[in-house]
Design a protein around this ligand. Structure first.
Ligand SMILES: Nc1ncnc2c1ncn2[C@@H]1O[C@H](COP(=O)(O)OP(=O)(O)O)[C@@H](O)[C@H]1O
Ligand SMILES: [Mg+2]
Length: 348
């Protein structure tokens, strides 16, 4: 990724070179998993019960935005069950045959993790229904009138599915999960715990104020928190700062253009264009995208969700609108309300 990439710091997908770093910071046990107390309690019951009954755990579906800990939880589930873990993803399973090969090679109690499970092909999905319910796959041999299906017994396994879009999952598939955990964005306090743990592992000295500062810019997301922490570490190392306090953290993150709400250059460009060029809107998404020099899709999927969640931007049928909080955050004064008669809405 080039340093000009606006998403380098606060994008939610892990960069390629980041995956190894993430693995090192991943909690290995459920009790080290910070926050998400509802999911943690429920999951712990599911796992304990199946351990007591000496069976494979029920299938688990984990849903929630990127970077909140779905992959981490899948690994923890395997660890807690002392089971082997097989990892694949929806896009990797395009043919039912790919899935049959994986399923038939699973050993008793093994955990199969399918990331982005909503992106699996339909035939593979249908094979998965039966496999989840009856631990069986039907292999079709031959073609046309002579085709026969041969049932193949599978070892009992636990499927852990992860999705950022639970709504895209077909009902029959969703219904076959014994337990669904919805991961929520983390509170600043929870993020501080994540950061404290990571700082310990990275051998960094950070004051409470330093943790508070970094957590407030992390968009409720552990992946981003850990990433910002590593950038603060770089800054501190180069500047010879042994203890990162609030002002050091804030200076470091200002250098990387991540502001006090965790907005980066693109987020701010969108808000600024909206406020300064369109008096706060409403304005169409594509116009907005052109103004900030980005693809419409980037603005819609990358910048907008967080701006909406933070109450800085609203989607209306007439277009995007900057909220009062947006003007305030940018340090700008909203213009006086427009005379309805001259508003474009009424002029057509
Ligand atoms: N509850 C948590 N406690 C501590 N670290 C976490 C937690 N959730 C996520 N992380 C960290 O955030 C990073 C991204 O988590 P990951 O499980 O890959 O997210 P997802 O699969 O939902 O995109 C990992 O490095 C992980 O260590
Ligand atoms: Mg993941």
């Amino acid at each position: 990724m080039s340093s000009a990439d606006p998403r380098e710091l606060i994008g939610t997908a892990p960069a390629v070179e980041e995956k190894a770093l993430e693995a090192a910071l991943r909690p290995k046990a459920l009790e080290d998993f910070v926050g998400q107390s509802t999911v943690r309690t429920q999951l712990s019951l599911v796992l304990q019960s199946s351990r007591m009954r000496h069976t494979a755990a029920d299938h688990v579906l984990l849903s929630g935005p990127p970077g909140l800990g779905k992959t981490t939880l899948a690994m923890i589930i395997a660890g807690e069950m002392q089971a082997a873990l097989r990892i694949t993803s929806g896009p990797a399973i395009q043919h039912a045959g790919d899935l049959a090969a994986i399923l038939s090679s699973l050993t008793d109690g093994e955990v199969l993790f399918i990331d982005e499970i909503h992106r699996m092909s339909r035939p593979a999905e249908e094979m998965l229904y039966i496999a989840m319910e009856d631990f069986r796959v039907d292999i079709i041999v031959g073609k046309g009138a002579g085709a026969t299906s041969i049932p193949l017994e599978l070892s009992p396994f636990t499927l852990v599915g992860a999705t950022t879009r639970a709504g895209l999952l077909p009902g029959p598939l969703r219904d076959r999960f014994g337990f669904t955990g919805h991961l929520e964005f983390y509170s600043p306090e929870e993020l501080q715990k994540v950061l404290r743990r990571s700082a310990g592992m990275l051998d960094m000295q950070v004051s409470t104020g330093g943790f508070v500062e970094i957590s407030s810019r992390s968009r409720g997301t552990p992946r981003i928190a850990n990433r910002l922490l590593r950038r603060v570490r770089d800054w501190a190392l180069v500047h010879g700062v042994a203890l990162v306090d609030d002002s050091a953290a804030s200076e470091a993150l200002d250098t990387y253009e991540v502001d006090s709400l965790g907005l980066d250059r693109l987020d701010r460009a969108v808000l600024e264009a909206l406020c300064t060029k369109f008096r706060g809107g409403p304005v169409g998404l594509s116009t907005l995208a052109i103004l900030v020099g980005e693809e419409t899709e980037t603005v819609e999927t990358v910048a907008e969700p967080y701006l909406v969640r933070e109450g800085l931007l609203a989607r209306t049928p007439r277009g995007r609108v900057a909220t009062e909080a947006a003007w305030e955050h940018l340090g700008l004064t909203p213009p006086p309300p427009r005379d309805e008669e001259t508003s474009p809405l009424w002029n057509g």
